[in-house]
Design a protein around this ligand. Structure first.
Ligand code: NDP
Ligand code: 2IT
Length: 449
């Protein structure tokens, strides 16, 4: 970044922090993108006149609502729901719903902002949004989750639609929640439209959507390895998380003969020294996804150790795949990865690295793919689900997988093409520049709408 750009970035961020106080995740996401796009943006006289960057960093709208629901004791509980419709320039709003007690407006704004760039990277006509609620499905009965989802949709339904906004899943929102939300949308509107993605395959869902984020992440990783003249077979991969993204990334990596040496959850890390096999992965999936239990209570076998309250980043590995949540990999973790000479880091989660952790990897010339590029497979197949719903057709799993592979390949190629010339490919700058320029060009053409 030039001196002039660094000054512009600093002033822009100071202004953003003043107008959006107490939103550290949002500041972090914008700050990172500005590192990549400012040099280019400062040369765009017309765009600056049309305040494209100022418009790009202000969500179209942020909807906040009350969600009241009855627990199993007959007590009414009150939670807060959000939908941040961030940017509709290149297509209807699209992005997941997260149910977790830790969410707030800052988290949804950072996720909506990132989603706008990610969706642009897929080259599909999708704008960016994110939403959810500060509700924890943990420890709730199925009936409680059901009542919560119905009450949540009771408000959300008036803000969404196939040409307006199409939500999907994210942390705490999987097939069970999407089914209930979709069923209630039908009841409220009497209209069958593909208004949510990630639906069951029997009622409009796409083959391969459940697997798409994790599989897509491994397809992206394979391109990164190819770029470095390496291959995935026999590489030791440390994965964090044990949810949708982590489990499917692990499954595809095992299929490609990699050695998956860890999974983790909020209770700690499961270390599988000689690598997971499909049989054990199936057991973990049942434990986490069907039974909804903690990894701490998973019965381990020979060669498997549970490391209570620990993250996977001090384990010896060749590749790190953070697939749990934002800022899960901090500076000290990145230093450990550098010490053990990790080859590359590929994000399955959204913004799992702190800014300091990213800098440690950059200083050590370790390639690092940002989630907006490497985890875009999920939303890409959501886009394909929308196409199938619009056509009233169902594509088979092979066709969806073929399209997913093509999309991940194109995203990788775009990142490489737009990466500044450094010793290694700068995936951060390549992804941010590609995603931003597409939306910014369109916003500029819109003048100030
Ligand atoms: P899930 O709810 O299926 O799984 C989340 C996993 O992460 C769980 O194992 C959870 O553990 C763990 N986790 C959550 N918070 C923490 C924490 N603070 N410390 C340690 N572990 C934690 O979510 P997904 O797999 O769908 O999402 C994971 C990430 O991937 C998120 O960042 C999401 O935004 C991103 N993503 C998801 C996509 C999708 O299609 N689902 C698409 C693109 C990105 P526990 O069970 O103990 O809570
Ligand atoms: O972060 C993400 O890309 C998702 N949670 C998936 C969004 C979607 O619309 O499929």
């Amino acid at each position: 970044m030039t001196k002039k750009s660094a000054k512009f970035r600093e002033e822009f961020l100071a202004q953003l922090k003043e107008t959006n106080p107490n939103q550290p995740e949002f500041h972090q996401a914008v700050g990172e993108v500005l590192c990549s796009v400012t040099d280019w943006y400062l040369d765009q006289t017309d765009m600056r006149k049309n305040a494209v960057l100022e418009r790009f960093t202000e969500p179209d709208r942020s909807i906040k609502f009350r969600v009241a629901w009855e627990d199993d004791d007959g007590q009414i509980q009150v939670n807060r729901g959000w939908r941040v419709q961030f940017n509709q320039t290149i297509g209807p709003y699209k992005g997941g719903l997260r149910f977790a007690p830790s969410v707030n407006e800052s988290v949804f704004k950072f996720l909506g902002f990132e989603q706008t760039l990610k969706n642009s990277l897929t080259r599909l006509p999708m704008g960016g949004a994110k939403g959810g609620a500060d509700f924890s499905p943990k420890g709730k009965s199925r009936r409680e989750v059901g009542r919560f989802c119905q009450s949540f949709m009771q408000e959300l339904y008036r803000h969404i639609g196939t040409d307006i906004d199409i939500p999907a899943g994210d942390i705490g929102v999987g097939a069970r929640e999407i089914s209930i939300l979709f069923g209630h949308y039908l009841k409220l509107t009497n209209k069958w439209t593909g208004v949510l993605t990630g639906k069951g395959c029997d009622f409009g869902g796409s083959a391969g959507r459940t697997e798409a984020t994790g599989y897509g992440c491994i397809y992206f990783l394979c391109h990164m390895l190819e770029e470095a003249n390496c291959e995935i077979a026999d590489k030791r991969i440390a994965i964090s998380g044990a949810g949708n993204v982590a489990l499917h990334a692990a499954s595809k990596a095992i299929e490609l003969d990699a050695k998956v040496i860890s999974l983790s959850d909020s209770s700690g890390t499961l270390h599988i020294k000689d690598g997971l096999d499909h049989e054990m992965l199936d057991k973990i999936e049942e434990w986490k996804t069907t039974k909804r239990e903690s990894l701490a209570d998973f019965k381990t076998g020979k060669g498997v150790k549970f490391l209570s309250d620990e993250k996977p980043w001090s384990l010896e590995c060749d590749i790190a795949l953070p697939c749990a949540t934002q800022n899960e990999l901090e500076e000290k973790d990145a230093k450990k990865l550098v010490e053990q000479k990790v080859m590359m880091v590929c994000e399955g989660a959204n913004m799992p690295l702190t800014a300091d952790a990213q800098q440690v990897l950059r200083d050590a010339d370790i390639p690092h793919a940002p989630g907006k590029a490497s985890n875009a497979g999920g939303v890409a197949v959501s886009g394909l689900e929308q196409s199938q719903n619009a056509q009233r057709l169902r594509w088979d799993a092979d066709m969806v997988d073929k399209r997913l592979r093509e999309i991940m390949k194109t995203i990788h190629a775009d990142c490489v093409e737009n990466s500044p010339k450094r010793k290694i490919i700068d995936y951060r700058d390549g992804a941010n520049l590609t995603g931003f320029r597409r939306v910014a060009d369109a916003m500029n053409a819109f003048w100030h709408s």
